[in-house]
Design a protein around this ligand. Structure first.
Ligand code: SF4
Ligand code: F3S
Length: 104
């Protein structure tokens, strides 16, 4: 599966939503997550994300994000069409420590 990491937080560009063939993105206030049991591992979302927030879980050190994607995809609503990203999205691109400050 692919997972959305903290780089998405407060950027939420949503280009990923447009390309996913199985509509497996779910929307929180400040970030999206992927449902790992629905993702078919096609990989098309990864290069679409301007924040480079999407990674394959075959990369090491992503256990925390895999767990978070699984948990919140069961709680948050499905999102299938791109909306406007936050007006200040670019201010948060590449910023460290966003999970502790802004996750919701
Ligand atoms: Fe959707 Fe493919 Fe990305 Fe999985 S890898 S979330 S199926 S676009
Ligand atoms: Fe987030 Fe990137 Fe999608 S910032 S909403 S994972 S395009």
């Amino acid at each position: 599966t692919y997972v959305v990491t903290d780089a998405c937080i407060k950027c939420k560009y949503m280009d990923c939503v447009e390309v996913c063939p199985v509509d497996c993105f779910y929307e929180g206030d400040n970030m999206l997550v992927i449902n790992p049991s629905e993702c078919i591992d096609c990989g098309v979302c990864e290069p679409e994300c301007p924040a480079e927030a999407i990674l394959p879980d075959t990369e090491s050190g992503l256990e925390q994000w895999l767990e978070l994607n699984a948990k919140f995809s069961a709680e948050w609503p499905n999102i299938t069409t791109k909306k406007d990203s936050p007006a200040d999205a670019d201010d948060f691109k590449g910023v460290d420590g966003k999970y502790d400050k802004y996750f919701s």
